[in-house]
Design a protein around this ligand. Structure first.
Ligand code: GLN
Length: 388
């Protein structure tokens, strides 16, 4: 069969600097090399089979057509109840909660429904790789404020210094991917002070809201009344229930913001997978399933860090998320992308280099490892890394 002939015109890319995401690149390489895949962030273990049974139950019961545009009512009610219990704010499921096709779509749509050509959006760097393309496709300009290595703490004076008449939005993320740092209450206060008296909207990526360690409490923009009044708060069921491939998340926002969000949402995905939403609604009823997640991942973090102690890599602090950063300054001068590829090919351990989380390539000599993996996989990975 002939292939389709090439595009006959001159293609001007809307995203000239963008290639394939590093997560796809490294997972593909890991598969090619048969390496242990500690790169892309997803669990290599199953959710309890009862959750899968619930999906099938709803399919067999006939819930297979379009869900309401904003999400099925029982799921929005369950989200409202959880958020009220944990953060003390009551979002109205009818007008203030929207179910999305995962966190990435929530972020994209929140940006696209607000940002106009010429607007600026502040992002803290290293930043999750979808933020800047979402801003650029909307005609906006990302304004990057560094989270300085090795602490990765927000410098709120630096954020304030970058706020100007064109600032439309600030995108924040706690617990933070890739650094694993978590905000304290002072960070919410500082962000509130930065945006006070402006029309700036906050986009809060909180997809790891249940993965915090050592007794830390998640600082949600939903729990800070002043911030809640101007925030899209985004979360993800994939991270919480070990089903990243189901691509279901949600966004909380006050009524006027939600109305704008839904204007775009209905034309991006219209609505999200019905039986999965219904299953998640039932599954959420047992709070322990998300309340125990921090302890569950803390054991894996500790195991992985203990294993890294026998290597020449130096783990950085990890307060939340399922990512562990490690410095390779003692090991090599190679650029992080080169080392990550070499470790995958030669040692059989795939990780994520940090430079793709920055606009300008920089070399702090840090790799990110995902420890949402079985204990044996983590142990074997450390044994291999010890050869470094
Ligand atoms: N959030 C995941 C990570 O940080 C990746 C998701 C994706 O591949 N887009 O690894």
């Amino acid at each position: 069969m002939p292939s389709p002939p090439p595009f006959p015109g001159r293609l001007e890319s809307r995203l000239p600097g963008v290639g394939t995401t590093i997560f796809t690149v490294m997972s593909r390489l890991a598969a090619e090399c048969g390496a242990l895949n500690l790169s892309q962030g997803y669990p290599d273990f199953s959710a309890p089979p009862e959750l899968y049974d619930l999906v099938l139950k709803h399919m067999r019961a006939g819930s297979n057509q379009y869900a309401p545009m904003a999400g099925v009512a029982p799921l929005r009610a369950a989200i409202a109840a959880k958020v009220e219990r944990l953060y003390g704010t009551r979002y109205d499921p009818e007008h203030e909660i929207t179910v999305t096709a995962g966190g990435t779509q929530a972020i994209f749509t929140a940006v696209a429904c607000l940002v106009r050509p010429g607007d600026e959006v502040i992002v803290l760097e290293p930043a999750y790789d979808s933020y800047a393309p979402a801003i650029e496709l909307s005609g906006g300009t990302p304004v990057r404020v560094p989270l300085a290595f090795p602490g990765y703490r927000p410098d709120w004076a630096a954020v304030r210094a970058r706020v100007g008449p064109r600032t439309r939005m600030i995108l924040v993320n706690t617990p933070h991917n890739p650094s694993g740092t978590c905000w304290g209450p002072a960070d919410l206060e500082a962000l509130a002070a930065v945006v006070r008296g402006t029309g700036i909207v906050v986009g809060a990526d909180e997809v790891y809201e249940h993965v915090l360690f050592d007794g830390r409490r998640h600082q949600s923009c939903a729990g800070h009344p002043e911030l809640a009044s101007r925030s899209f708060v985004m979360s993800s069921f994939g991270k919480t229930y070990h089903v990243t491939g189901w691509k279901v998340g949600y966004v909380l926002a006050p009524r006027a913001l939600t109305a704008e969000f839904r204007k775009a949402h209905q034309f991006v995905v219209f609505t999200v997978n019905t039986p999965v939403q219904l299953a998640l609604a039932g599954w959420m009823a047992d709070e322990s399933r998300y309340l125990e997640l921090g302890a569950f991942y803390q054991r894996k973090r500790d195991l992985f860090r203990a294993g890294l102690a026998a290597t020449r890599l130096e783990p950085l602090p990890c307060e939340g998320t399922y990512f562990q950063l490690a410095s390779y300054a003692r090991v090599s001068d190679e650029p992080d992308t080169v080392l990550a590829e070499r470790l995958t090919r030669e040692l059989g351990v795939a990780s994520i280099p940090l430079s793709p989380f920055y606009a300008e390539p920089r070399q702090d000599r840090v790799l990110r490892f995902c420890f949402a993996k079985g204990e044996e996989t983590l142990q074997r990975a450390c044994e291999r890394l010890a050869r470094l």
